[in-house]
Design a protein around this ligand. Structure first.
Ligand code: PNS
Length: 169
């Protein structure tokens, strides 16, 4: 069985991430989407919340599993006996950071962990979790950025009435 890990912060998960998840899940037998528990960052959503959100957002994709991890990605991948990492590439600005991470992971794993990149669909090329948090924090419209239920949870976090920034039905 060919399994890959798609690691990330997913704070919050966006339609861009979900697009990558769907496409990667159609390439691999199993895709483990794993939320990094980064003690050095203060996230909008806790790791448990992000895991729950991802489970709900991907419940229609049977070969997707949601987990969390802390520490080095290579160590986590080794515990799952996985040798492929999936990442999305939006633009050239992502490339340097992603290349550095991919090379580091190959080095740390002594060549056992490769990274496969999926180019982000053009309609999501502008999208990032940071942008979504920024827009929502000012009560802006995040329609088309995240699933409805995630939009409502974000607005709740910022204490903004749903009507201000929730996706229109
Ligand atoms: O969604 P993000 O924040 O861009 O994801 C970054 C992530 C989680 C893939 C990356 O920070 C990571 O793998 N962190 C784990 C620590 C690690 O292994 N670092 C060495 C590789 S550079």
């Amino acid at each position: 069985m060919k399994t890959a890990i798609y690691p990330g912060s997913f704070d919050p998960v966006t339609y861009g991430h979900l697009d990558i998840i769907r496409r990667a899940a159609s390439v691999f037998d199993e895709l483990i989407v794993s939320v990094l528990d980064n003690v050095r960052k203060t996230p909008l959503f806790s790791v448990d919340e992000r895991v729950k959100i991802l489970k709900k957002a991907t419940m229609d994709i049977p070969n997707v599993k949601i987990e969390s991890f802390s520490g080095l990605l290579v160590d986590y991948a080794r515990t799952r006996d996985v040798h492929v990492i999936v990442r999305g590439l939006r633009a050239i600005t992502d490339f340097e950071y992603e290349l550095q991470n991919a090379q580091t992971n190959r080095l740390l794993s002594r060549g056992e962990l490769d990274t496969m990149f999926f180019t982000t669909s053009l309609e999501y090329a502008y999208l990032s979790s940071t942008t979504v948090r920024e827009i929502a924090s000012f009560g802006g419209d995040i329609t088309g950025c995240v699933p409805d239920f995630v939009g409502e949870m974000i607005c709740h976090k910022f204490g903004i009435q749903h009507e201000r920034c929730r996706n229109e039905q």
